[in-house]
Design a protein around this ligand. Structure first.
Ligand code: ARG
Length: 556
C-alpha cells in the first residue's frame, strides 16, 4: 500500500480534488514529533474560503485508513501519525518498487566518459565516468531503457600529427611497450618539431586527409593507436565497474558528416568565415558554431550533430544526456542551437549534464604545475591506503587484497558523488578513505555490520513489528521507506548525490540504533523484528551503493 495514496484518498472528497492531486501535496515528515506525513493547507484557502488553520482542523477530523493512527491539526498543517507497527510491516513486507511512472519505458541515451584516445585517462575523465555510470544505473533502476555511449575522442587533425610524430620519433616496439604514455610523448615531440618547421603541419594535415579517405596505412596506424588506448581505458573501466552499450567514438561519424553539411547548406544555415564554414549564432548571443575547417576537415561540433541525428534514428530517445565538464557549456549550447535550427522536433531532448573540476587539497590540477594526476595512480593510492587500514584493524581478514580494492575504489567513487555535480571535488585521500564520516568506507562498514548481525542470527520466530515502535528503531524504518523517493529524485535532478546523502543518513540512524538497542541478545518477542530491520538496512545500503557504483563486502 502506498500510505500517501491512502491518506490522499481519504482527503480528496473534502478538498474536491482527485486523490492523485491531493497525494502530490502530502509531504513526508522527517521529524517524528510532528508525525510521519503532513499536509500544508495554505493552497486550499482561496477555493474553500476558509483560513488554513480552519481547513487543517476540519481535515484532521476525516476518517483515515487504519494505518493512520491519528491526524492532528497544528496551525495550518495536518500532521499524520502512522500506526508504527503497521508502517513497519508495510515497509518490510511490501516495499514499494523503485520503478517510477515518470521514467518507466522511456529511452535515455547517456553519453559519458568519452576520453580522447592516445591521451592518458586523467581524473578529469573520472568524474564523467563515475557520474555517467551512476546515472545509467539510476535510470535503469527507475525503469528506463538506458543506452550508455562512450563517445570516444578518436577523430580529428591531431591524429595526423600523432602519425607524423610516431613515424619520426618512435617504433612499433616502443609503442607496444609504452602504450598511451609513448603516444603522448611523440605527440609532444611533434609539437616541438613543428615549432621549428611549420611545414610539418601540412604533412600532418595530409595524413589526416589520408585517414579520412581510408588510406590503408593511415587507417592501420590509427586503428592500432585506438585499440591500445581502449585496452588501457578498459582496465580502468573494469575497476570502476563501468560498461557501455556502445563505443561509438567520433570516428564512427566520418561517413555521416557530409549529410550534416549538406543539410545545413540546404537549409541556408552555413556561412563562410575566414575560409571556414560556420553557423552564425549572434542572434542567440553566441559566437559562431564551426562546422568545416578551411581544408574541409570536420570539427567536434559537426561530429556531435551527426551523432545526435544518428542516436535519434537508431535509439529514438526521449532524452540524450551529455555528461561533460562545465567548461564545455558553450560547445553544447552552440550545437544544440544548430540542431534546433536544423530540426526543432528533438533538440529539447538534448541536455548537457555539467560537472565541476577536480582539485587536490594543495590546489587545482594543472599540467603546468605538474599536478596532473593519472587515474590509475590515484586508484592505486586509494587501494594502498585502504589496505593499510585493513592491516591495522582486521589483520586476520580473508582476501585482504580484494577487500582493499573494493574499499579504495569505492572511496574514490563515493567522494566524487557526495556533492552536487557542479561543485568542485577535492581529492583528499585521507578524508575519503576514512571509515568514519561521510565516506564510502563508512557505508561499506555499516553494510558489513548489518550483514554480520543477520548472518549470526540463525532461524528466528514470528516478527512482531510493534517491537520497532520505539523512536530509535522507528527512525530507521521511516528512512528505509524513503529509498524509492531518493532514487526517483536523483533521476529527476540528474544528481547521484541525493542517493549518497540518503545512504549516509540511513547508516547514521542505523548505527545509533545498533549502539543503543540489543539485537542478537534481545528477547524472543523483539529479536525477529530487530533482525528484520538490520536485514532491510543491509539490502537498501547494498542496493543504493550498487546503483551509484560502489561495491560492498560482507566483512572488512
Ligand atoms: N572527448 C571529449 C573530451 O574529452 C568529451 C566528449 C563528450 N561527448 C560529446 N558528445 N561531446 O573532452
Amino acid at each position: 500500500m502506498d500510505i500517501i495514496q491512502a491518506i490522499a484518498g481519504a482527503l480528496a472528497p473534502a478538498l474536491s480534488m482527485t486523490a492523485e492531486d491531493a497525494a502530490a501535496l502530502i509531504e513526508f515528515q522527517p521529524d517524528s514529533s510532528r508525525g510521519d506525513y503532513s499536509l500544508p493547507c495554505f493552497k486550499f484557502a482561496k477555493v474553500l474560503r476558509k483560513s488554513p488553520p480552519m481547513i487543517a482542523k476540519d481535515l484532521a477530523e476525516e476518517t483515515f485508513p487504519p494505518i493512520i493512527a491519528r491526524a492532528e491539526a497544528v496551525g495550518p498543517y495536518v500532521n499524520f501519525f502512522t500506526d508504527r507497527a503497521a508502517f513497519a510491516r508495510e515497509t518490510f513486507e511490501n516495499p514499494p518498487t523503485l520503478v517510477s511512472d515518470a521514467f518507466a519505458g522511456k529511452t535515455i541515451v547517456i553519453d559519458y566518459s568519452s576520453p580522447n584516445i592516445a591521451k592518458n585517462f586523467h581524473v578529469g575523465h573520472l568524474r564523467s565516468t563515475v557520474i555517467g555510470g551512476a546515472l545509467t544505473r539510476i535510470f535503469r533502476a527507475v525503469g528506463a531503457n538506458v543506452v550508455g555511449v562512450n563517445h570516444l575522442g578518436d577523430w580529428g587533425t591531431q591524429f595526423g600529427k600523432l602519425i607524423v610524430g610516431y613515424l619520426s620519433h618512435s617504433s612499433e616496439k616502443a609503442v607496444e611497450r609504452g602504450g598511451i604514455s609513448e603516444l603522448q610523448r611523440v605527440y609532444v615531440q611533434y609539437h616541438e618539431d613543428a615549432e621549428k618547421d611549420p611545414s610539418l603541419d601540412d604533412t600532418a594535415r595530409a595524413w589526416f586527409i589520408r585517414l579520412q579517405n581510408g588510406d590503408p596505412e593511415a587507417v592501420r596506424l590509427w586503428s592500432w593507436f585506438r585499440e591500445l588506448s581502449l585496452r588501457e581505458f578498459e582496465m580502468i573501466y573494469e575497476r570502476l565497474g563501468v560498461t557501455f552499450d556502445a563505443v561509438t567514438g567520433e570516428s564512427f561519424y566520418n561517413d555521416k558528416m557530409s549529410a550534416v553539411v549538406d543539410e545545413l547548406r540546404a537549409k541556408n544555415l552555413l556561412t563562410e568565415s575566414d575560409g571556414a564554414m560556420v553557423v552564425r549564432l549572434e542572434d542567440y548571443g553566441m559566437p559562431p558554431c564551426l562546422i568545416l575547417r578551411g581544408d574541409g576537415g570536420t570539427l567536434y561540433p559537426t561530429r556531435d550533430i551527426a551523432a545526435a541525428q544518428y542516436r535519434r534514428t537508431v535509439y529514438g530517445f526521449d532524452k540524450c544526456l551529455y555528461v561533460t565538464a562545465l567548461d564545455q557549456t558553450l560547445h553544447f549550447a552552440q550545437w544544440f542551437k544548430v540542431a534546433e535550427l536544423m530540426d526543432d522536433s528533438y533538440a529539447d531532448k538534448l541536455a548537457h549534464i555539467p560537472f565541476g573540476l577536480v582539485s587536490l587539497p594543495e590546489g587545482s590540477l594543472s599540467t603546468r604545475k605538474g599536478r596532473v594526476v593519472m587515474m590509475e595512480d590515484l586508484l592505486n593510492e586509494a587501494v594502498r591506503a585502504a589496505r593499510s587500514i585493513i592491516d591495522e584493524r582486521s589483520p586476520n581478514l580473508a582476501d585482504k587484497d580484494a577487500v582493499a580494492e573494493k574499499i579504495g575504489v569505492g572511496a574514490v567513487i563515493f567522494n566524487d558523488l557526495y556533492n552536487n555535480r557542479i561543485k568542485d571535488v577535492v581529492f583528499s585521500l585521507e578524508r575519503m578513505i576514512s571509515f568514519e564520516g561521510e565516506t564510502g568506507p563508512y557505508l561499506q562498514y555499516t553494510y558489513a555490520r548489518a550483514s554480520s548481525v543477520t548472518r549470526k542470527a540463525g532461524v528466528t520466530g514470528e516478527t512482531n513489528y510493534s517491537a520497532l515502535s520505539e523512536p530509535l528503531s522507528f527512525d530507521v524504518v521511516k528512512l528505509l521507506s524513503r529509498f524509492p523517493n531518493a532514487v526517483a529524485e536523483a533521476a529527476e535532478k540528474y544528481e547521484p548525490y541525493i542517493i549518497s546523502r540518503y545512504l549516509i543518513k540511513l547508516a547514521q540512524v542505523f548505527n545509533r540504533f545498533y549502539h543503543e538497542i540489543r539485537i542478537l541478545s534481545a528477547s524472543e518477542s523483539e529479536r525477529p523484528a530487530r533482525l528484520a530491520l538490520a536485514a532491510a538496512v543491509k539490502n537498501v545500503i547494498g542496493d543504493g551503493l550498487r546503483i551509484i557504483g560502489v561495491s560492498v563486502v560482507d566483512e572488512m
